[in-house]
Write a protein that binds this ligand. Structure first.
Ligand code: SF4
Length: 328
């Protein structure tokens, strides 16, 4: 590990003013410390943000919820308002990591965790995300856990978060503060596809700090389901995951959300697929049509082509479970 300096500011403005191009903000450290130990990331300065006032969960004026960036994954998953009104989010968080990690990991950090591509963590191999222009050995190498949607010549990695899949389905908003002030980023615009610049995971500008995440009032609490499929029953990243949410009017779908994890560089949604469900009965033919639309254009590699059919079945099952009612 390289030497680094350490600062622990008490105010958000102070933290932002300390930031330099070779700085990293640190909170729970559940991903950043691994990256530093593996020499993937070599910050010259760590700015410890754990003393900043970003640990509250508050209702917003429009009936939504504002979640401070430092709220731990455990506290968020077990918060009564989240369990009652946003069970999809609670289910997704509890499907990830382990209790110990969820106690340390924060809301902001969950958004910013980096891919678990094996080559990204192995500094003895090339990797366009770690060393731009060096190549992507995953394309012709071990790619079981990699993308089937939205990948590029430069990178086929996936975003590893469960929580973010639910936040995408719920259409959360990310609040960030930086040298130019505060701005709000729609969740769909926060993470990015790799294109030619896979070193950039998200649309944050230099020095910007995630301060909170806001949920709208619509929580789809009556009909939602988070389905995670993985190689072992716990403490594993998703091969494929689905956050499904429905609003039903009797036996008719009034609105629908479907977001996928484990398949792309960002949580994957497609409004056209969701629109196909509006006005339909919540049955298998409708869910299959939506799955086909969501997966249009999917393409796999030597070891992960199975994810396409797995995704199709997972979408249908998650929507079927959502139609039955939300598990709590
Ligand atoms: Fe690196 Fe992306 Fe290729 Fe993995 S898939 S080796 S992260 S460029």
């Amino acid at each position: 590990m390289n030497p680094f300096s350490y600062a622990r500011p008490a105010a958000i403005d102070e933290a932002i003013s300390l930031f330099r191009p070779d700085s990293r903000y640190i909170a729970g450290g559940t991903n950043l410390l691994d990256l530093m130990k593996e020499n993937v990331t070599r910050p010259a300065q760590l700015i410890d943000i754990t003393q900043l006032p970003m640990s509250d969960i508050e209702e917003t004026a429009d009936g939504g919820l504002r979640i401070g960036a430092l709220v731990s994954n455990s506290d968020l998953a077990w918060h009564p308002r989240v369990q009652q009104h946003y069970p999809l989010l609670s289910q997704a968080i509890l499907a990830g990591a382990s209790p110990q990690l969820r106690n340390m990991a924060t809301t902001g950090g969950n958004l910013l965790q980096r891919t678990r591509c094996y080559y990204f963590y192995d500094s003895a191999t090339p990797c366009n995300k770690r060393e731009p222009g060096s190549g992507c050995p995953a394309r012709d190498g071990l790619n079981r856990i990699h993308a089937i949607l939205g990948h590029s010549e430069a990178c086929i990695a996936v975003h590893p978060s469960d929580m973010c899949v639910a936040l995408a389905a719920l259409e959360a908003v990310v609040i960030v503060q930086g040298p130019q002030g505060e701005r709000r980023i729609a969740f769909a615009d926060f993470h990015r596809l790799p294109d030619e610049t896979p070193e950039r995971d998200n649309t944050l500008a230099e020095g910007e700090l995630v301060t909170a995440v806001e949920l709208p009032a619509q929580g789809f609490s009556a009909h939602c389901s988070y389905l995670k499929l993985r190689d072992r029953a716990s403490y594993a990243f998703a091969l494929v995951s689905v956050a499904a949410a429905l609003e039903l009017d009797g036996d008719t779908i009034r609105s629908a959300r479907i977001a996928m994890g484990g398949v792309a560089h960002k949580p994957w949604r497609k409004h056209e697929a969701e629109a196909l469900l509006i006005g339909k009965a919540p049955d298998e033919p409708a869910f299959t049509a939506a799955a086909d639309a969501l997966l249009e254009g999917a393409s796999g590699f030597e070891h992960n082509a199975f994810k396409i059919e797995l995704s199709r079945r997972a979408i249908v099952r998650a929507l079927t479970d959502a139609a039955k009612g939300a598990a709590r």
